[in-house]
Design a protein around this ligand. Structure first.
Ligand code: HEM
Length: 381
């Protein structure tokens, strides 16, 4: 059979609506977050949900859809796309102003499909990293079920944190798996994961001790990653490997700080300390990882080259500086500082999007070809 030259671009077109739904969730969720700071911004009619569902739009609508899409791209079979289709549709229902159940149910169904996808990956390859990611997906699903059961967001947010923490730890284990680790590495990792997971489970029935234990677990995970991740070596290489390493090590700092903040300020309840703990994790840790992995993940998902450029350091510096300002203002109980810091967080994310779109548009031969991001990521660390 003759190869069909239009096949890759048709596949790419297929992925674009899913990516667009993820991006629409990010933008509506960010806007809602800015209004919650509070900043006096205009809101289109029917968009009160952007404020109320800021957290779910960011976690399930944006991250859930993009992670689900990235996983589906790497697996055979169209059914794997059910997860991002459902979370994307659920987020669009929420962002479009549909009240109540439809959005919540679609997001929860999407996370259930994602559990099936990660379970399939475990069947294909039984390894510590695949099991860790599958556990992360399961915790996200349980968190969503509790939320559907009308638990408030502050009581389920630790389960969402667990989803992202375990997904990212699993991803790092995957990308570092060819380096030889000391014998103590696996038992200490299992210990840190065990501590964190016991805390998450305990928090459902005994909030403060559970959250403190989970905070200790996150701190232990951050120390483990800082000690054993390949980023400590790749930071000495020039170009993309160094850039990724800077993002990763910066992210581990924020992960450790989240652990400390949880230990010191449990219970998680709306207020400035809540803001500090949550955004140290979601912006400091998760977005550092996104910034670091974007130059290899976008080519894979979009099948388009992204050329690495030194200006990428600008959005990284902007993110860390603005977040330091926001979290210090939170801890100093200075709401105006939080408003400025939160607003500048959004500017850093907008800069990232602008730099990435420019790099996609001007993709050069220096970039990695699409479809081989795992190889590229292994080279870059
Ligand atoms: C410019 C960036 C952001 C701004 C301005 C912002 C703003 C806010 C504000 C003001 C709150 C309320 C805190 C409170 O109740 O005391 C909040 C809560 C929250 N944020 Fe963000 N946020 C941003 C980014 C993010 C990101 C990137 C994520 C996740 C990936 C996220 C997830 C959450 C979650 C889960 C909550 C808890 C929601 C709730 O309790 O209803 N935020 N955010």
């Amino acid at each position: 059979m003759k190869p069909n030259p239009s096949a890759p671009s048709r596949k790419r077109l297929w992925r674009l609506p899913l990516l667009a739904m993820g991006m629409a969730s990010l933008l509506s969720g960010l806007w809602g977050g800015l209004v919650r700071l509070p900043l006096n911004l205009p809101l289109p009619s029917d968009s009160a949900n952007w404020i109320t569902f800021h957290g779910p739009l960011m976690v399930a609508g944006f991250l859930g859809t993009v992670i689900g899409l990235e996983r589906a791209v790497g697996l055979p079979g169209k059914w794997t796309y059910a997860a991002p289709v459902l979370t994307g549709a659920g987020a669009m229902a929420l962002a479009g102003g549909v009240l109540g159940w439809p959005g919540l149910i679609l997001l929860t169904l999407g996370s259930a499909c994602f559990v099936a996808v990660t379970f399939r990956v475990v069947q294909l390859q039984k390894a510590m990293f695949t099991i860790t990611m599958c556990l992360g997906a399961l915790l996200w699903f349980v968190g969503n079920l509790l939320w559907l059961w009308e638990w408030p967001v502050n009581r389920v947010v630790l389960w969402w944190i667990a989803f992202l923490a375990l997904t990212i730890v699993g991803e790092r284990l995957d990308l570092s798996r060819f380096q030889k680790l000391e014998r103590s590495a696996t038992p200490t990792l299992i210990g840190a994961l065990g501590l964190f997971l016991s805390g998450v489970a305990l928090s459902a029935i005994w909030q403060i001790p559970g959250e403190c234990l989970a905070g200790g677990g996150l701190l232990a995970l951050a120390l483990w990653l800082g000690r054993f991740d390949i980023a400590r070596r790749t930071i000495r290489q020039p170009g993309l490997p160094r850039f990724m390493a800077v993002c990763l090590l910066g992210g581990y700092f924020w992960l450790g700080l989240t652990g400390v903040l949880l230990l010191l300020s449990a219970p998680l309840e709306s207020g400035l300390r809540y803001d500090a703990a949550l955004h140290s994790f979601f912006i400091g840790f998760v977005f550092s990882m996104i910034f670091g992995h974007a130059p290899v993940i976008f080519p894979s998902v979009l099948m388009l080259p992204v050329s690495f450029h030194g200006r990428f350091y600008v959005h990284v510096a902007a993110l860390h500086a603005s977040l330091l300002f926001r979290v210090s203002s939170d801890l100093a109980a200075w709401p105006v500082g939080r408003q400025w810091g939160g607003g500048l967080n959004a500017v850093a994310i907008a800069l990232f999007l602008a730099n990435t779109v420019t790099a996609l548009a001007t993709g050069t031969k220096r970039s990695q070809p699409g479809g081989s991001h795992r190889m590229a990521a292994k080279d870059a660390g």
